[in-house]
Design a binder for this molecule. Sequence first.
Ligand code: CA
Ligand code: CA
Ligand code: CA
Ligand code: CA
Length: 526
Amino acid sequence: MRLWLAGRMSIRHIKVRLIKLSRSLIIPHFGVHLSYWEHKGGCIMRKIRLLANGALFIIFVFLAVLPAQYLLADKGQHYPQRGQAVANQLILKLEKGRSPDEFLTEVNGHVVGSIPEPNIILINYHNHVKAQKMAESLSRRNGVIFAEPNYLCSVPEVSQNDQIIPDQNNPVYIAGVSPGPYYNQQATNSTHSDSANLLSTGADIIVGVIDNGIDFDHPLFDGLADSTGYDFIDNDEDPSEEVGDLLGHGTFVSGLVKLMAPDCELMPYRVFDENGVGNAYIISLAIYQAIDDSVDVINMSFNTYTASSSIQTAIAAAHQAGITMVASSGNDSCSTICYPASYDGVISVGAIDSLDYKADFSNYGSYLDVVAPGTMIYSALHTNYESDWGYWNGTSFSAPQVTGTCALILELRSSLPGDSVESQIRETAEKDLAWGTVVPQDTLYGYGYDDALQAVICLCRGDADNSGQIDSLDINYLVDYLNNGGPAPTPIFELGDVNCSGTINMLDVSYLINYLDNNGPAPCCQ
Ligand SMILES: [Ca+2]
Ligand SMILES: [Ca+2]
Ligand SMILES: [Ca+2]
Ligand SMILES: [Ca+2]
């Protein structure tokens, strides 16, 4: 909502300026003090004024009727159009053992990159045929599984980076303490991440962040070595963000993963340049790299409306490898299918505003899994800004909250495959939002609101003594609590409510006995 308001505010400003400008032309025209030229019968001047006023009127009407999102989208000079691709480049996947040599000479091309395991190659060709046409022709060849243009891709905030609001009250990181608005915001309060962190902090979980890099100099990432991750734009081992129109995106996203899962290990992969533009080939490369690096979760705060077989193949390989993947739904307020959010094995995340309603800009549809706060989100800003902290809007910032929740789940159950983590996220999502109850699967809200606390409680319920496992000692602990005034279940009281009745009593004890001794049902989820 705020994003749209911000968009309309700027339109209003433009309108006010236009009105003032048109007055400066109109007033002398109709005013009593006629100019020298008008006294002289200056027809030319009058015509110019008439034309200028006409033009201004047309612009005025145009701005008044044009929906805000088009104006916002137009502001991003670097925002790729649908289907836009790198000129004279193709991505091909060949059958095992096939080589591209047979048609490279024919198209006057050469290989500029390859991903060996899936046998995907990137070629440059030198003729005047458009990439789409060339791809269609090559995909009919024997041995070619697919051929496609190397589509451009970008993060949705490319067109909205002017909406960053640096926090002037907390310009720098003071004495190792991050500012209050970072720890105390809708993202932490609604997902109850601080309580969830009593049970899990994401320790030993590697989170790959496919974005435009990270600011290693930000104090929040103090322990992160500069060579962590990879830079696929410059092809070097330093995925630091570079100064450009999209400065801060990857840093902001990474800050939110850390907010939810403070002890996870970040693995930044830089696939978007300083202006937020990347392509399908390097995104695929980064996904394969994440598989090689054995990351546990991948955050993808980007989306495209152009399906890419290359990205889809990489996502399928990561899915096959059991990696949990999370993607943002996009900021165009539309239900057009977007990728990678809608691919199998990806948890797609939309944004809600401060009142729990779908954020105006958030994309939606049947593929949506969950929602998380996405307006006035507070996180780490690149240190080039006047403050190390600030606010930003977008579904890009909803996704990393869910990614963090996945890291918490995986610390407790490291062998859970991505599909099970996705089910867990859906099952434990909060369905009761401020305005009413979500009936899953809702196209605007998915399965509800990401709830980190419920997600981890679900895995720990029954472990009343917080030992890390559920056994007969927990039965003794509960009996001692109920009969002898012993200590309550810790660190979260709900862990003792194994039948999810809302209270702890002897029924929970018998439920636990039945589970442990008679193979009865496991402690409930919520
Ligand atoms: Ca670099
Ligand atoms: Ca999904
Ligand atoms: Ca225990
Ligand atoms: Ca109970």
